[in-house]
Write a protein that binds this ligand. Structure first.
Ligand SMILES: Nc1nc2c(ncn2[C@@H]2O[C@H](COP(=O)(O)OP(=O)(O)OP(=O)(O)O)[C@@H](O)[C@H]2O)c(=O)[nH]1
Ligand SMILES: [Mg+2]
Length: 302
């Protein structure tokens, strides 16, 4: 059955035969999902750090070119969920997969266990729609090794960090999009509110500056975001930790750590918003927030 595809009336010119669809990017923690989504969209939307489990919720990124619009879901890394927060993260992955027209499964070429893991296999086993498997971080390993993996699981080798073969991947995605009008105007790249990205950029600094368990016990909530006439925007964000001892570490000696986190986050926030801001950071203790539904909802993870 073929139907007349409506012209897409967005932008200056009507787009003939538009294609559009949701693309879920899935994979184990730290394989480079967020780096890849940013590379595809061409904006630094999703936070990236060398630590696993950086992404906690799903982050939407829109890539439009010519007649095609791909709406990406960057998802948290797949793992055996332990605790409430990880259960919620796992649910975010499931929801993204459920809503996807195309699945983009990412594998890390440099990981000693390069194969698709069990959770991924389960999803792919039942998957009836288009699938692309990409092997990331191919810059870190010898070509022969990449070729071996590619041969075994029929995948495309890329480097999200260096941009190698990202354009080829773009084409593969566009070819697999279903026909239909755009979901968003072609110049739009993100949908989530500025508050969300501001909180994420503070969290990125926490992941980069603090070691061990601390980043994982931390949530950031933007409690106030005021646009002011003739003055910088005012942003008040609270960093929540689980224990008083953690609060001390985040603040640091004479407030040095908090100051550094604030300074670096502000520079990133200003680059993201493209305007100067005044950022005020507070640290508060919220015992066991990772276990409590009410707290998870308050922090936007539910
Ligand atoms: N060398 C190399 N490093 C990469 C590449 N892609 C990502 N990275 C690095 O891998 C680390 C993790 O990248 P992310 O994009 O945060 O990975 P992720 O899959 O989103 O991680 P989670 O959100 O924790 O699941 C960062 O240090 C990136 O700079 C790549 O192609 N090559
Ligand atoms: Mg990520």
């Amino acid at each position: 059955m073929s139907e007349q595809i409506p012209d897409c009336e967005m932008g200056d010119e009507a787009i003939r035969n538009p294609k559009s669809g949701y693309v879920a990017i899935i994979g184990k923690p730290n394989v480079g999902k967020s780096t890849l989504m940013n590379a595809l969209v061409g904006e630094r939307l999703s936070i990236v750090t060398p630590k696993p489990q950086t992404t906690r919720g799903r982050v939407l990124g829109i890539m439009s070119s010519g007649e095609c619009q791909a709406v990406f879901w960057d998802t948290p890394g797949m793992l055996e969920p332990k605790g409430r927060l990880q259960e919620v993260m796992t649910r975010q992955i499931r929801d993204s997969v459920r809503d996807a027209d195309v699945l983009l499964a990412l594998v890390d070429a440099s990981s000693p266990k390069d194969d698709l893991d069990e959770r991924m296999r389960e999803i792919l086993h039942d998957w009836q729609r288009p699938l692309i498997v990409a092997i990331n971080k191919s810059d870190l390993v010898e070509t022969a090794r990449v070729e071996k993996i590619v041969g075994r699981i029929r995948a495309v080798a890329i480097s999200a960090l260096r941009g190698t073969h990202v354009d080829a991947l773009k084409t593969l995605i566009e070819q697999r999009l279903p026909e239909g009008p755009f979901f968003y105007p072609p110049d739009m790249v993100a949908e989530q509110p500025e508050r969300f990205f501001v909180g994420e950029l503070v969290r990125e600094e926490i992941f980069l500056k603090l070691g061990q368990e601390l980043p994982y016990a931390t949530a950031v909530k933007v409690e106030e975001f005021k646009e002011r006439k003739d003055e910088k925007d005012y942003i008040r964000a609270v960093i929540y930790v689980e224990r008083p001892s953690q609060k001390g570490i985040v603040i640091g000696a004479k407030g040095a750590m908090l100051k550094q986190i604030g300074q670096h986050a502000r520079v990133k926030i200003e680059a993201f918003l493209d305007r100067p801001v005044y950022l005020e950071l507070w640290v508060k203790v919220r015992p066991k927030w990772r276990k409590r539904e009410r707290d998870l909802k308050e922090f936007g993870y539910w």
